[in-house]
Design a binder for this molecule. Structure first.
Ligand SMILES: Cc1ncc(COP(=O)(O)O)c(C=O)c1O
Length: 397
């Protein structure tokens, strides 16, 4: 990020920013005009509450209940905490669950900021093994848990973290069956530990929404304490920096709320009022309708530029949502921060996220995360060309 700021001309495929050109200037301006009209109450300019604006919680709860019929909007609203982006919800969740030395079960790859956060809190990560499709493998997890019982690591597992819709970084989603099998394996191993489901990209599908229900309504997760986190930054006005968590465990939620109170006594009340207005008048949904084809076209532009790499043994799956491509380099080609590839990309003026940052140790260093959200289409094509030129030079054969 610092390099990108310091070196103009450097094209960043690394930053997980949203598309600047389509940010909802008009929707935010009209919400602000409404909230600041001379006859409007000044209350949104006053402090709010730790838990978050009731109006916003009710709108979000009704929205989630529409996506997952069967969930009770009343319960969702009461169990909801509005946060400064979903990042804060993740932090509060781990901070209130874990002590240094504890362990959290994660997918591989997973959201690298989450891994950094765990390490900052002195908490370790253990990877759920994956199958040939690259998805979490419940049967392999069962075997791993037996091993971790033997080593004493199973006793230190405090939570499981899933990025289950168009994941950052893999772009993959977990189907309901696989998500339920994971719960069954944990339960059979006597590990009914809290689950944190991070649904940051759930609404950023390009065509149809992913059909899997969240852990909140899947029966196999019923007895687990659950926290479901979603962001309002990626689908709408990123800079308003709001997110939320629904937590069905009252004690855990109150602990998080308490800590949040110490940090900030509630997220920006005004920002919440703006988002509530946009959710209520349909602008939020119109914005989503607007950005979905934009991100799909950007994905296509980057994939087209990268296509020559397929003949050189590079592989990736086409994501149906989210903001990222997850590339596997041919075996033997290193992609980590101090690799020749990374240095040569920097020289060539293109930045990527080394995939080993997204993997719990010991990490394989042959993956690359590329974000197609920030750059305009022509710059994406140029960034892709620069990456391909370097990768072709360094890929044997
Ligand atoms: C998987 C995932 N979770 C959570 C976040 C946090 O986002 P925010 O704090 O903007 O809601 C991000 C941001 O990139 C993310 O990729």
């Amino acid at each position: 990020m610092a390099q990108a700021v310091e070196r103009p001309g450097l094209l960043s495929l690394a930053a997980g920013f949203t598309d600047p050109a389509s940010l909802p200037r008009e929707a935010v301006a009209s919400a602000a005009r409404l909230r600041l009209a001379p006859d409007a109450p000044t209350e949104p300019l006053q402090y709010g509450t730790n838990q978050g604006r009731l109006e916003l919680r009710e709108l979000l709860a009704a929205r989630l209940a529409r996506a997952e019929p069967g969930l009770d909007p009343g319960l969702l609203g009461r169990g909801m905490l509005v946060t400064n982006g979903s990042q804060q919800a993740l932090y509060l969740a781990v901070q209130t669950l874990c002590d240094p030395g504890d362990l959290v079960l994660v997918e591989q790859p997973t959201y690298f900021v989450f891994l950094e956060m765990l390490s900052g809190l002195g908490v370790g990560a253990r990877a759920i093994p994956v199958d040939d499709s690259g998805l979490a493998d419940p049967e392999a997890l069962r075997r791993r848990l037996v091993e971790w019982r033997r080593t004493g690591e199973a006793e230190r597992l405090r939570a499981v973290y899933l990025v289950s819709y168009y994941s950052n970084p893999s772009g993959r989603s977990l189907d309901a069956d696989r998500k339920e099998r994971l719960a069954e394996v944990l339960s059979e191993a006597g590990l009914v530990i809290p689950v944190v489901e991070d649904a940051a990209y759930r609404e950023l599908h390009f065509r149809e929404p992913h059909p899997a229900a969240s852990v909140l309504s899947l029966p196999a997760w019923a007895s687990f304490p659950k926290l479901y986190a979603q962001t309002l930054t990626k689908p709408f006005a990123t800079g308003l920096k709001l997110g939320y968590a629904v937590c069905d465990d009252e004690t855990w939620r109150l602990k998080m709320q308490h800590v949040k109170g110490h940090q900030d006594f509630g997220s920006s009340n005004f920002a919440q009022a703006l988002v509530a207005t946009a959710l209520g008048n349909g602008d939020y949904d119109r914005q989503l309708e607007r950005v979905r084809p934009i991100y799909e076209a950007k994905r296509d532009a980057l994939e087209t530029a990268l296509a020559p790499l397929r003949a050189r043994g590079w592989t990736w799956e086409q994501p149906a949502g989210g903001l990222y491509l997850w590339l596997a380099a041919p075996r033997g080609l290193e992609t980590s921060m101090d690799s020749a590839l990374c240095r040569a990309c920097l020289e060539a003026g293109v930045l990527y996220v080394p995939g080993d940052l997204c993997l719990p140790a010991p990490a394989e260093g042959r993956f690359v995360r590329l974000s197609f959200a920030l750059l305009p289409v022509d710059a994406l094509a140029e960034a892709g060309r620069r990456f391909v030129a370097v990768a072709e030079r360094l890929t044997a054969g």
